[in-house]
Design a binder for this molecule. Sequence first.
Ligand SMILES: Nc1ncnc2c1ncn2[C@@H]1O[C@H](COP(=O)(O)OP(=O)(O)OP(=O)(O)O)[C@@H](O)[C@H]1O
Ligand SMILES: O=P(O)(O)OC[C@H]1O[C@H](OP(=O)(O)OP(=O)(O)O)[C@H](O)[C@@H]1O
Ligand SMILES: [Mg+2]
Length: 280
Amino acid sequence: MLRIAVPNKGSLSQPATDMLAEAGYRQRRGRELVLPDPDNDVEFFFLRPRDIAVYVGSGTVDVGITGRDLLLDSGVEAVEHRPLGFARSTFRFAAPSGEVSSVEDIAGKRVATSYDVLVAGYLRERGIEAHVVHLDGAVESSVRLGIADVVADVVETGSTLRSAGLETFGEPILESEAVLIRSTTADTNNGLTVLDRRLQGVLVARGYVLVDYDVPADKLEDAVRVTPGFESPTVSPLHNGESYAVRSMVRTEATNRVMDELYEVGARAILVTSIHACRI
Ligand SMILES: Nc1ncnc2c1ncn2[C@@H]1O[C@H](COP(=O)(O)OP(=O)(O)OP(=O)(O)O)[C@@H](O)[C@H]1O
Ligand SMILES: O=P(O)(O)OC[C@H]1O[C@H](OP(=O)(O)OP(=O)(O)O)[C@H](O)[C@@H]1O
Ligand SMILES: [Mg+2]
């Protein structure tokens, strides 16, 4: 039975649970710590997001959902198996507007963060000596409150930084998102292949739509160039003998651009349908 660690709190918790439900797994009803799902031959363990890499790294849990930033900060040698497309953020340095412009300027300063291993490693690799101050959260307040000169934290919209009067500087330390991780010793036959294929199915169902349209025979090649699909579009002759019906997968965000282009090349009856579930 595959043992799966799922975040019980924070930004990762609800989207991870939603994704697993979409993939057909049993959902927890209350605050259960452990949830068996015998129909799918898996068992869920609801754990603190920060601890998930530790459990997976030790091999006591086979796989887990966590953030790439949390995995790297744990220092644990677990494997990032698949990015999951939610909880996207960057991890960046920031300081009061105009005060620090490059990473080298951090030398000798105090850097507040919840991700000390990640930050200390990043600075060490660049030969920059600074004092890392560990905080559990609300890191952006540390400069105003006088315990740090610089912060290193998760940035999504940047509004928390702005409201604290801070500005990012330097290159992003990391691009992060939720990831499925596995232990280096995980047995890939132990249900992981099925879990992974199901999660991939959710990602594709979320990221693509099905587009159907009719197109005259002499415009078919132009239309198919607009909708090349995953492998190749399905083309069926219409009964009138002059046109074709085409079906293809299109990236969700490109839907309207693709419909406009199809219309321009002469396609009509263009229909878009969302994908409920799939296996690629
Ligand atoms: N605003 C955000 N947008 C996207 N991802 C975020 C955001 N805040 C935190 N994360 C991600 O969530 C993970 C951290 O989860 P964790 O539960 O420790 O912190 P949290 O979501 O800030 O919750 P809390 O601080 O309320 O406990 C990291 O992978 C981080 O990149
Ligand atoms: O760029 P933004 O969209 O503003 O999002 C980033 C903020 O969100 C998270 O904070 P959270 O609310 O989880 O509080 P915390 O700092 O106490 O973890 C993160 O730690 C940043 O502070
Ligand atoms: Mg937080």
